[in-house]
Design a protein around this ligand. Structure first.
Ligand SMILES: Cc1cc2nc3c(=O)[nH]c(=O)nc-3n(C[C@H](O)[C@H](O)[C@H](O)COP(=O)(O)O)c2cc1C
Length: 371
């Protein structure tokens, strides 16, 4: 073992199923609300992702598989030909820069508003989000979602599969099914948002059913090597209270593994945490670990490099660093050479709609040119 920066395992080339990755660093999904009002990726998104093509893998921001699943304003989508064409421009540009991309398919469930999607949100049960939600005319109280019928469930599963096919048409290497952070799939998993009494509610074996149906349909549509799944065990964002976290993931992870997805992406990965260690042990293929450091406070100066190295030592395969990639288009190069990172500006994370705080973070070459 050596501690020289250049020999860090983060910069080893590796494989993700059939894909060759030049390093183990992943840009995770980061919602930035810069698509058109009807979900078409705009040219500033082409620039943004192309700037970050040095990542071993880019996973896009949450992207809506059907109209009712839209969370906030200006979220990109993947359920029309125009959406496919918009994303095609992004994947072409990233590929031209030597990169690879998965798209995150995100259905918000109760995290949505009629002012954003044109539809009353749907969810496992009529339990509203316990907070206000951003709309084009400011923050508004959340509405009570409509409980999904058996037909809604079947149609939603089919919409995920159709969006996955469109993802391949749009030039993505694959899709990440978003089962994390309090969105629709997580709402089925959690006790406080799933009050159903049919085969999708009650014991954990029933509450994991919808997630497994979505993943099975997406795998059947585009092949397991093109499918990843994101989970956030124990995370309480968007008012989620899972209730029986250990039991949920003890049931979910082996059942997901049997369906064959190429990766599992775990948020708040912590090598000291028994649940994370059990998930690692139960997952037979690539595990992407997102350490999540300093949320609500400053990121560590190394952007998460040391935490990532600890996770690799403990058996993770790839490391995702969100805000560090946001602020550093050339993050891999900076971490490899030990160069300082750009300070993160939070003012324009979301809802600003333009290049400021989005495409104006300098690269090392750019910084040098300014001197
Ligand atoms: C502005 C912003 C937008 C985000 N959007 C998404 C998203 O669309 N989908 C998702 O799964 N996670 C999303 N996340 C969570 C990130 O992927 C990541 O888990 C989080 O930033 C913690 O990682 P970090 O400490 O490396 O930043 C978002 C985070 C931020 C800060």
């Amino acid at each position: 073992m050596t501690n020289a920066a250049s020999s860090s395992r983060l910069f080893e080339s590796t494989a993700l199923g059939p894909l060759a990755l030049p390093n183990r660093l992943v840009m995770p999904p980061l919602t930035r609300n810069r698509a058109t009002a009807d979900g078409v990726p705009r040219s500033l998104m082409v620039t943004h992702y192309a700037q970050r093509a040095g990542a071993g893998l880019i996973i896009t921001e949450g992207t809506t598989p059907n109209a009712v699943g839209q969370t906030y304003p200006n979220i990109p989508a993947l359920h029309s030909d125009a959406h496919v064409a918009g994303w095609r421009a992004v994947t072409d540009a990233v590929r031209a820069e030597g990169g690879r991309m998965f798209v995150q398919l995100q259905h918000g469930g109760r995290v949505g508003h009629p002012d954003n999607s044109g539809h009353l949100p749907v969810a496992p049960s009529p339990v509203p989000l316990p907070e206000e939600i951003h709309t084009p005319t400011g923050r508004k109280p959340s509405v009570v979602p409509r409980e999904m019928t058996a037909d809604d469930i079947r149609e939603t599963v089919a919409d995920f599969a159709a969006a996955a096919r469109r993802a391949v048409d749009a030039g993505f290497e694959g899709v990440e099914v978003h089962a994390a952070n309090g969105h629709l799939l997580h709402q089925f998993l959690a006790k406080n948002t799933n009050r159903r009494t049919d085969e999708y509610g009650g014991p954990v074996e029933n509450r994991v059913r919808f997630v497994l149906e979505v993943v099975r349909a997406v795998v059947d549509a585009i092949g397991a090597d093109r499918v990843g799944v994101r989970v956030s065990p124990g995370v309480t964002v968007n008012g989620i209270e899972e209730g029986d976290t250990d039991d949920i993931y003890a049931a979910l992870v082996p059942a997901l593994a049997a369906l064959g997805p190429v990766y599992l992406h775990v948020i708040f990965a912590d090598p000291e945490q028994p649940l994370y260690r059990r998930i690692r042990a139960a997952w037979p293929r690539t595990l992407i670990a997102n350490p999540v450091l300093g949320f609500g406070g400053p990121l560590p100066a190394d952007g998460g490099k040391e935490a990532g190295e600890r996770l690799l030592e403990a058996g993770a395969d790839l490391i995702s660093l969100g805000r560090a990639f946001m602020a550093n288009p050339d993050l891999v190069e900076r971490l490899r050479t030990g160069a300082p990172l750009n300070p993160l500006r939070e003012a324009n994370w979301m809802y600003s709609g333009d290049e400021v705080g989005y495409n104006d973070y300098p690269t090392l070459a750019g910084s040098a040119a300014l001197v």
